[in-house]
Design a protein around this ligand. Structure first.
Ligand code: HPA
Length: 251
């Protein structure tokens, strides 16, 4: 199927639907890897036709280590999406990445374990895809231009540390991530980015900072879910405008 999709958005914590989608068609897709997290919602979005998928399910039922990343990406590709804008809620580690910041990381380090991280299932040749630039530079660039055009401040570049969750990290773990060069930390960045590369999809991450990571806040407060959700709700407000301003060459 090719539904004429300009790009797909995978929404993370706090972004379970795009209210602005028009003329929505829902696609429940079964994949060789099982079911995606939710039906794919396809519709008009400003000048675009896009597909939206709620990564955690539409009621945030699925924790990061239980998400069927392979089914999600395969399903999006099966309806003709070739470019994925992944929206991920993250914790901020370095000073530029405070709560409510939006940023476009350009590197990542994978600390997850026990997740199915390849489409390769033991048959045929394993896929050793190039992953030196984990986020597609042209798509990152287009998102930066869209941010400029829509007047949304974004941080350009940074290293995403992908942790296992679902618990938050210890202060020592965050200190280690910082020493490793991570600027932000999240639980859903991998294996999604690597699977997108295996499938030949363009992929970029729009990271939304929900909280300071453990031990990085100016005061020694614990991180509460209420704080995370309030920051996410505030930070995602400009996202629809930014996405509408995205200009991409024909897929
Ligand atoms: N750590 C990991 N993932 C996250 C965080 C965090 O502090 N905040 C939002 N997602």
């Amino acid at each position: 199927m090719n539904a004429g999709i300009d790009f797909a958005v995978i929404g993370g914590t706090g972004l379970y639907q795009l209210a602005e989608l028009e003329g929505v068609q829902s696609h429940r897709i079964e994949t060789p890897y099982g079911s995606p997290s939710a039906p794919l919602r396809v519709g008009g979005f400003g000048p675009h036709r896009i597909a939206f998928l709620a990564r955690h399910g539409e009621g945030h039922a699925m924790p990061p280590h239980r998400i069927n990343y392979r089914a999600n990406l395969w399903a999006l590709q099966s309806i003709g999406a070739t470019r994925i804008v992944a929206v991920n809620s993250v914790g901020g580690i370095t000073p530029d990445w405070g709560p409510r910041v939006i940023g476009l990381p350009d590197q990542l380090i994978d600390y997850t374990h026990g997740r199915t991280l390849s489409l390769w299932d033991g048959e045929g040749e394993p896929l050793h895809v190039d992953f030196g630039e984990p986020y597609t530079p042209a798509l990152r660039h287009a998102l930066l231009e869209a941010a400029k055009a829509s007047g949304v401040a974004v941080v350009d570049g940074g290293c995403y540390g992908a942790t296992q969750g679902p618990r938050l990290e210890t202060r020592a773990e965050i200190e280690r991530l910082r020493r490793d060069g991570c600027d932000l930390v999240g639980m859903t960045g991998m294996p999604e980015a690597a699977l997108a590369r295996e499938l030949g999809l363009d992929y970029a991450c729009l990271a939304i900072v929900a909280n300071w990571a453990a031990g990085r806040a100016p005061s020694a407060e614990t991180i509460t879910l209420d704080e995370v959700l309030a920051n996410m709700a505030a930070a995602i407000t400009p996202l629809p405008g930014l996405l509408r301003a995205l200009r991409l060459p024909p897929a």
